[in-house]
Design a protein around this ligand. Sequence first.
Ligand code: LU1
Ligand code: MG
Length: 215
Amino acid sequence: TRTSRPQRILKAVQTKATVGDPQSVITAIDHFCRHREWAMNVGDEKGSILDSVVNEVSPVTVLELGTYCGYSTVRIARLLPPGACVITLEFNPDYAAIARQVIKWSGLEDKVQLVEGASGDWIPWMKEHFGVQAFDLVFLDHWKERYLPDTKLLEECGLIQKGTVLLADNVICPGTPDYLEYVRNSPHYNSQYYRSHLEYTKAEDGLEKSVFLGY
Ligand SMILES: Cc1ncnc2c1ncn2[C@@H]1O[C@H](/C=C/CNC(=O)c2cc(-c3ccc(F)cc3)cc(O)c2O)C[C@H]1O
Ligand SMILES: [Mg+2]
């Protein structure tokens, strides 16, 4: 096909959503992915759980791993108060280009820092380059085998402190067994599972919320 799926998602946003209205961007993507083409956005059902965790944490600094088309970036950024921001990492330049336009259409570019590159390369630079002291919330939604190594890297870089909340998508489908085993068995995390469904389907999936308790 001539266009990519992310390009078709952007087109759905630009034809169906209102500039500056994040909720209409979210609704347009969910409608497209439910009725036209499935895509790996966190979706509306798990997205509502993401919303409730963002509201509960009321984070000042958020890290998102895996931007894709920017759907969850918009979900998070729309709930942030002035002065708060989400840094989102995406190493596929085509996805990053689409996500920038989706974020711009929603009018939230002032609350988002989209960084093109691999999480493993950028996490060690977060303090120095972005002046991040520690993250209040980390949303993991990138390659599932990167969840655990990146969590350990965030710990080593001192970017996870007492109270930091990790929220991981897809802990059932596709699944992140090594990550789950780590956060559920570690004495340094208090972990809980939010049962839900794989975006736009009836299959089981869920989010794991893990609060760092300090060393
Ligand atoms: C290491 C690293 N650094 C920066 N960006 C990274 C990265 N690894 C991936 N990324 C970027 O994140 C995005 C990748 C996300 C991976 N997510 C998935 O593979 C994913 C897959 C499914 C799924 C479930 C059932 C099925 F039958 C089929 C698919 C559902 C989801 O919600 C997903 O997030 C895009 C990629 O470029
Ligand atoms: Mg996901």
